[in-house]
Every structure is written in structure tokens, then in C-alpha cells.
Design a protein around this ligand. Structure first.
Ligand SMILES: CC/C=C\C/C=C\C/C=C\C/C=C\C/C=C\C/C=C/C=C/C(=O)SCCNC(=O)CCNC(=O)[C@H](O)C(C)(C)COP(=O)(O)OP(=O)(O)OC[C@H]1O[C@@H](n2cnc3c(N)ncnc32)[C@H](O)[C@@H]1OP(=O)(O)O
Ligand SMILES: Cc1cc2nc3c(=O)[nH]c(=O)nc-3n(C[C@H](O)[C@H](O)[C@H](O)COP(=O)(O)OP(=O)(O)OC[C@H]3O[C@@H](n4cnc5c(N)ncnc54)[C@H](O)[C@@H]3O)c2cc1C
Length: 660
């Protein structure tokens, strides 16, 4: 084993709690940690899943080919896990996205959509016969599918999609067409050259009448030759900010026929067209992915904060006091302020993701038996957590990258590509502003009619939050009640402004649009109360953990609360009893917490227990040999494989001669 950096050794000795205890707590028990280790060993120690050349030095085409090679091995291994009875969703999720998946396929997996959206859509939208027909093929990967909803002209407004599926009763087929350029499907992952099937979302027409958007199973390519089927126009959309191996594609139809039975029918019980009990049931897969993405926010944040915190303990720079050795940069309070809130935030997102997952499972269970009443609350919560989680995650990864100075800009830090993955989440599966407006729509409805509010756990605080007159106390409970008051006040104000505008004669939709900045802010504030509430409940509910660990978790909880409060200073002053002196007290509390967390910072990120292969970073490895690793990474540049590059003879030399 490589020699461990002296600074990190010292940091690890300072830690006041047992890091293994925290690892087990985060995993859900020691047995779960061991399962995770065995899963990581299964994937990461397979030499076939390693690349010989760093991805960055490959061409676009080579990157894709390498990604397909690895994805096939990865999927074969997923199938082995399934056959061994270890096919639960918790085994899958980290492999498809999250830390493990992004360690193996740094720039995205071209086949991911098969498990993440194709299979869930068939499960969620297909009737019994359709599941019998397609699920075996899909689970065994005899076919590979994607989810083709977004078009060149429409991503957000899915009722406006233009692809048509017109029923032909003579042949009992649907005829798919892309009537305009803007109706071309655009974006689906793996659509370009990888998938041979897709869920296609199209406007359903029967007898000249449009019945709105519906999902269809569509074969795109010949199962033997992989050539596009006749009537299918297909390709890749080109290079992007990140995720350049995901093979996002375009797709057009020209009188392409599919059997009637390829319309997913779970919500249309009879063979003829019957309107489903809620058109929003078609949107189920999107809720599923939004829910799982919140967990990915925690994963990416843990990864980035581990890299930046370890690097900050190893890196020395400047003079704090004259004639003293250069301090570790982690001793600068401004540096702590860049790091520690994101450590705390990782916990907040992990705990909320876990609550959201439980709520999701309860509500989807209810949907199976036709109960729809809790769907709006789930939808509103999933939308705001996805939006706030992904936005905070992307901003956090960028802050952490900047916290690593110049070396953070190197791809060898793995922070740029982590940012590429994180910022993509802000757009896909529902653009964040649009999702916050969905939550706001629900909150305004609740605000206008509070009759059943006590039965709605995520919003019941709104019943009396407006009238909280608590004076400042140095406690999480005070911050929580203050944030709840802010959220309630923002909803109230937005509601008032909509009503004022309507009274002035504006159409409700115009009034809504004119108030939408406030509505987004209200949904954001509501979401932040949920995140803090769940973090607080979770830490308070830990019964059998050591007092040392409880103390660290309490520090992190308080830091999360104070950091959130300080970010919302203006709101606190505007909507609660908070006065200037209280803000000063909050600032002092923040500084106190940074100092308290400082000796445990390395211990906490060590407890995340992220393998070096997953961190994939010269700056963040467990041994802290940052400079050696950066140097070794530089040697991998193809430019360093020869002392003089041919461009010297071709361009530089003649240029230099001309200048003589
Ligand atoms: C087997 C599986 C195993 C393992 C998988 C596990 C884990 C996976 C792990 C990780 C994943 C990792 C990586 C993923 C990697 C890559 C992913 C990349 C893929 C990305 C895919 C996509 O982006 S797919 C496309 C997604 N598109 C969108 O999200 C579009 C956003 N737009 C919308 O959702 C809607 O159109 C809208 C909500 C904006 C508006 O719709 P509209 O019809 O106009 O509705 P409104 O009139 O505004 O509202 C009508 C009412 O309906 C309510 N509503 C809206 N949406 C929903 C919903 N989804 N559910 C319930 N209710 C909904 C709305 O609130 C209104 O209600 P009212 O009561 O107020 O009327
Ligand atoms: C990496 C990646 C992978 C993807 N994978 C898939 C996939 O596999 N399958 C698939 O079908 N799609 C996929 N998508 C598409 C994705 O779902 C859409 O890009 C997303 O839903 C946003 O839609 P849009 O691009 O049309 O943005 P737009 O809706 O055009 O958004 C542009 C701007 O308009 C604003 N805006 C739009 N509507 C409103 C409104 N009602 N109120 C206020 N502001 C509004 C937005 O806030 C935003 O600022 C992917 C996208 C990316 C980036």
C-alpha cells in the first residue's frame, strides 16, 4: 500500500468518533456495508471494466465504442446479480447512475435508459399481457430499450408533443409519423446507435380525434443486423457539455406501422380506447426517476466533497502568520465555509431521498388499487426535491471544484466531469424552474383550501406557520419554525399577488406568470423546510448510536440549519421576528460550527467510504499523494509520448523561420 500523506495521517488521528460506525449508519447497517463492498468488488475489481487509455484522450466515436463495450459487461454482471437473487433496486441504482456507475462509465452509460426508464415504463404502464410479452425480453436484455418523449420542439410541455400515432382499424395498427422537423424525438439516451426498441410518447388519434399523449413500444432497429427499420430515421445528436458517451439520439417516423397491442394499456383496461382515470398516470416513470435522482444528488455531493476536503488537508498555501509554516488550506475559515456546508448537505439529501423513496413506494402501492388521492402530494414533493437537490448539487460541485484552485480545473481531479453529470440533472427529467412551478401550483391550491391539510404530512405545517412569533433562539427548532414561517409567508404573498392581478382584470394564467418568480421562491422555501425537518427528525430518532457520533451528526445538522438560515437572511428579516442582532448571532454560530467540525472533517468524509476508483481523482485519493498522482496523470497525455510533436515540423518551424 502507498505511503499515506503525513497531513492526512494527523487528521485521521484527530477524529473524535468511530468512522466505521458512521459508515454503517449511512449504509443502513454493517451487513449493508458488507453487501456494498462485495458489489463494489464485483464491479470495480473486474479488469474488463477498466479502460486502458483515459477517456479524455479518445475521440467521440472511440468514447462511444468503449462505453458500449463496458456497458455490455456491466449489464451481463447485473444479470449475474439477478440470477444470484441480488437483483433488488438498491443493487441496481448505484450501478446505473450514482457513484459506482459514474466510476465505471465516467461520461455516461449509453444503455442506462433500458433499466431506468424502458423497463419501469412497461412495468408501470403495460397491462398484464403486455408485461408477459415484453418483460422477459427486457429483463434478459434480448432487446435494449430507451425512453423517447422529448422532441426538438418540446421537452417541458409534453401535451404539445407532435409525433402522431394514428389508429388504422383495417389493419389494427398504429401508424407513427413525425409531421414536422420539430416533432423529431431529440435527446433520449442510447437512442442514437445503441437501443433497438423504445417507449415512444405520441399523440394518439382514432377516428380523426386526438386523445392526447400515450406511450407505445416501438421497434427501432432490426434485431439481427441493427439496421434502422424502414420508416425510421435515427442518429445521434452530437457533442454536449458532458455525458458524451450516453449516445443521446434523434428519431423521426415516416408512416411507420406498429401493432395495436403496442399501445401500453394498463390505464386503458379494454382493447378499444378508454380514457384512463387520470391522464397523469402516463407521467409515472418521470416521478420514479425524479425520486431516484435525489439519492444521486447525495452521492455526487459526497464524492465531490470527499475530493475537495482531502485535498484541502494536503494542500499548503500562503502564510497565516509571519514566519510560520504555510498552513493547510483547510485551516482557512473561508475554505471551511466552501467545504463543510456541503458535507452537511450530503446528509440532508440522503435522508430526504430515503423518505421520498418510502413515500413513493406507498403511493404507487395505492395507485395499483386505484387510490389516487396522495399522488398530488407525492408529485409536488418529488418535483421540488429533484429541483432543489440537483441545483444545490451542481452548485456545490462547482464550489468544491473552485475550492481546489487550479488543480480542480484538471480533468484528473474528476470534478469537471462530476459537474457535467450534476448539471445535466438540473435539466433532464423536468427542467428545475418548471418543476418548482409544479410544486407551487400544489402549494397555492392547498393554501386556498386547507380543509384536509392535517392529513397531508408534507404541508400540514402551513396550517399555522404564518402566525409563529418565536423570538430568536440558538436552536434547530427555532430555525425550522422560522423557515416554515418564511415558506408560508411566501405562499401567502404569491397567492395574494395572483388574486390582486386577477382582480385587476388579468386572466388567471397571466396573473400566475406575472407572479411566477415569487411562486418559484415559495416552492424553494417549502422544499428547504422539508429537507431540514427530515434531517432533524432523522438525527433525533437515532437511538442506539454512540454519543460521539451523535455529537458529530448534531454539529452537521446545526451547520445545515444555520447555513440555510444565513442563505435566507433577507427572508428571515422580511417575514419573521428575526432582527439584525439575530443574524449576527447566526453568523457567530456558523463560525463556531465550522471550528467544531474542523477536526472531524477528514473522518466524516472517510466515513463516506468511497473507494479511490469511484472518486477517480488525483486530488481525493485515500493516501493523499496528490502531487505524485497529478504528475502520473500528466504522463498519460499522448503529447508526452514523443519528445517533439509533428506540428513542430509542419507549422512552428516554418513560422519561426519566417519571423527571423
Ligand atoms: C428496474 C429499474 C431499476 C433500477 C433503476 C434505478 C435507479 C436508476 C438510478 C439512477 C438514475 C441515474 C441516471 C439517469 C441517467 C440518465 C437519465 C437521463 C434521462 C432523462 C430522461 C428524461 O429527461 S425523460 C423526459 C422527461 N421530461 C419531463 O420531465 C418533462 C417535464 N414536463 C412535465 O412533467 C409536464 O408536462 C408538466 C408537469 C411540466 C406539465 O404538464 P401538463 O400536462 O401541462 O400539466 P399541467 O396542466 O401543468 O398540470 C395538470 C395536472 O397534473 C399534475 N401533474 C403534472 N405532472 C404530474 C405527474 N408526473 N404526476 C402527477 N400529477 C402530475 C399537475 O400538478 C396538475 O395537477 P392539478 O391538480 O393542479 O391540475
Ligand atoms: C443529458 C440529457 C438527457 C436527456 N435524456 C432524455 C431522455 O432519455 N428521454 C427524453 O425524452 N428526454 C431526455 N432529455 C430531455 C429533457 O427531459 C428536456 O431537455 C427537459 O425536460 C427540458 O425540456 P426542454 O429542453 O424543452 O427545455 P425548455 O422547456 O425549452 O426550457 C427552456 C427554458 O424555458 C423555461 N420554461 C419552459 N416552460 C416553462 C414554463 N411553463 N414556465 C416557466 N418557464 C418555462 C425553462 O424554465 C427554461 O429556462 C434529456 C436532456 C438532457 C440534457
Amino acid at each position: 500500500m502507498a505511503k499515506i500523506n503525513e497531513d492526512l495521517l494527523k487528521e485521521r488521528k484527530k477524529c473524535s468518533f468511530n468512522t466505521a460506525e458512521l459508515t454503517h449508519l449511512l449504509d443502513g447497517g454493517k451487513d449493508k456495508t458488507l453487501e456494498r463492498h462485495s458489489r463494489e468488488h464485483f464491479f470495480l475489481d473486474d479488469p474488463e471494466l477498466r479502460s486502458k487509455i483515459p477517456l479524455e484522450y479518445l475521440s467521440h466515436k472511440e468514447k462511444y465504442e468503449e462505453a458500449v463495450r463496458k456497458s455490455c459487461i456491466l449489464f451481463r454482471k447485473v444479470q449475474e446479480l439477478q440470477e444470484a437473487g441480488k437483483g433488488g433496486i438498491e443493487n441496481f441504482r448505484e450501478i446505473l447512475g450514482g457513484q459506482l456507475g459514474s466510476a465505471i462509465l465516467k461520461d455516461g452509460n449509453p444503455l442506462t435508459l433500458h433499466y431506468v426508464m424502458f423497463i419501469p415504463t412497461i412495468t408501470g404502464q403495460g397491462d398484464f399481457e403486455q408485461q408477459a410479452e415484453w418483460m422477459h425480453k427486457a429483463w434478459t436484455c434480448s432487446i435494449i430499450g430507451t425512453y423517447a418523449q422529448t422532441e426538438l420542439g418540446h421537452g417541458t410541455f409534453i401535451r404539445g408533443l407532435e409525433t402522431t400515432a394514428t389508429y388504422d382499424p383495417k389493419t389494427e395498427e398504429f401508424v407513427l409519423n413525425s409531421p414536422t422537423l420539430t416533432s423529431y424525438k431529440w435527446w433520449p439516451g442510447g437512442l442514437g446507435h445503441s437501443a433497438n426498441f423504445a417507449i415512444v410518447v405520441a399523440q394518439l388519434y382514432t377516428q380523426g380525434k386526438c386523445h392526447g399523449i400515450h406511450p407505445f413500444i416501438v421497434q427501432l432497429r432490426d434485431e439481427e443486423t441493427h439496421m434502422p427499420m424502414k420508416g425510421i430515421k435515427i442518429g445521434e445528436i452530437g457533442c454536449k457539455l458532458g455525458m458524451n458517451s450516453t449516445n443521446n439520439g434523434y428519431l423521426g417516423f415516416e408512416n411507420y406501422r406498429i401493432p395495436r397491442t403496442n399501445l401500453l394499456m394498463k390505464n386503458n383496461k379494454d382493447g378499444t380506447y378508454v380514457k384512463s382515470p387520470s391522464s397523469k398516470l402516463t407521467y409515472g416513470t418521470m416521478i420514479f426517476v425524479r425520486v431516484v435522482l435525489v439519492q444521486d444528488c447525495a452521492s455526487y455531493m459526497k464524492k465531490a466533497v470527499t475530493i475537495a476536503t482531502r485535498y484541502s488537508a494536503v494542500r499548503h498555501q500562503s502564510e497565516m502568520k509571519p514566519n510560520c509554516p504555510e498552513p493547510q488550506i483547510i485551516d482557512y475559515v473561508t475554505q471551511q465555509y466552501k467545504l463543510f456546508p456541503y458535507i452537511a448537505m450530503s446528509f440532508a439529501f440522503q435522508y430526504s431521498a430515503s423518505w421520498l423513496w418510502d413515500i413513493y413506494n406507498n403511493v404507487t402501492g395505492e395507485l395499483e388499487s386505484g387510490q389516487l388521492e396522495n399522488l398530488p402530494e407525492l408529485h409536488a414533493l418529488a418535483c421540488c426535491l429533484k429541483a432543489v437537490g440537483t441545483a444545490d448539487c451542481a452548485a456545490g460541485v462547482e464550489t468544491l471544484r473552485l475550492a481546489c484552485g487550479g488543480h480542480g480545473y484538471m480533468t484528473a481531479s474528476n470534478l469537471p466531469s462530476t459537474y457535467g453529470l450534476a448539471t445535466a440533472m438540473c435539466t433532464y427529467e423536468g427542467e428545475n424552474t418548471v418543476l418548482l412551478l409544479q410544486t407551487a401550483r400544489y402549494l397555492i391550491k392547498i393554501w386556498q383550501n386547507k380543509k384536509n391539510i392535517q392529513n397531508l404530512p408534507t404541508v400540514r405545517y402551513l396550517d399555522n406557520a404564518l402566525f409563529n412569533n418565536r423570538s430568536y433562539e440558538k436552536s434547530v427548532s427555532w430555525i425550522l419554525s422560522a423557515l416554515q414561517q418564511v415558506a408560508a409567508a411566501k405562499i401567502d404573498l404569491a397567492n395574494k399577488h395572483i388574486n390582486d392581478r386577477v382582480r385587476q382584470g388579468k386572466a388567471y394564467e397571466d396573473a400566475w406568470n406575472e407572479t411566477s418568480i415569487e411562486l418559484v421562491a415559495a416552492a424553494d422555501a417549502h422544499c428547504r423546510t422539508f429537507l431540514l425537518d427530515i434531517f432533524n427528525l432523522t438525527v433525533n430518532n437515532f437511538q442506539s448510536i454512540s454519543p460521539e457520533l451523535k455529537a458529530v451528526l448534531t454539529d452537521l445538522l446545526e451547520l445545515y440549519a444555520v447555513h440555510t438560515a444565513i442563505r435566507m437572511t433577507g427572508d428571515l428579516l422580511r417575514f419573521t421576528n428575526t432582527i439584525g442582532k439575530d443574524v449576527e448571532a447566526l453568523q457567530l454560530w456558523l463560525e463556531e460550527l465550522l471550528a467544531k467540525i474542523r477536526p472531524n472533517a477528514i473522518g466524516i468524509v472517510d466515513s463516506f467510504d468511497i473507494r479511490d476508483e469511484v472518486l477517480g481523482s488525483a486530488l481525493g485519493a485515500y493516501d493523499g499523494n496528490v502531487y505524485e498522482r497529478l504528475f502520473a496523470e500528466a504522463q498519460k497525455s499522448p503529447l508526452n509520448h514523443e519528445p517533439v510533436n509533428k506540428s513542430f515540423g509542419l507549422y512552428l518551424k516554418p513560422f519561426l523561420k519566417n519571423n527571423l
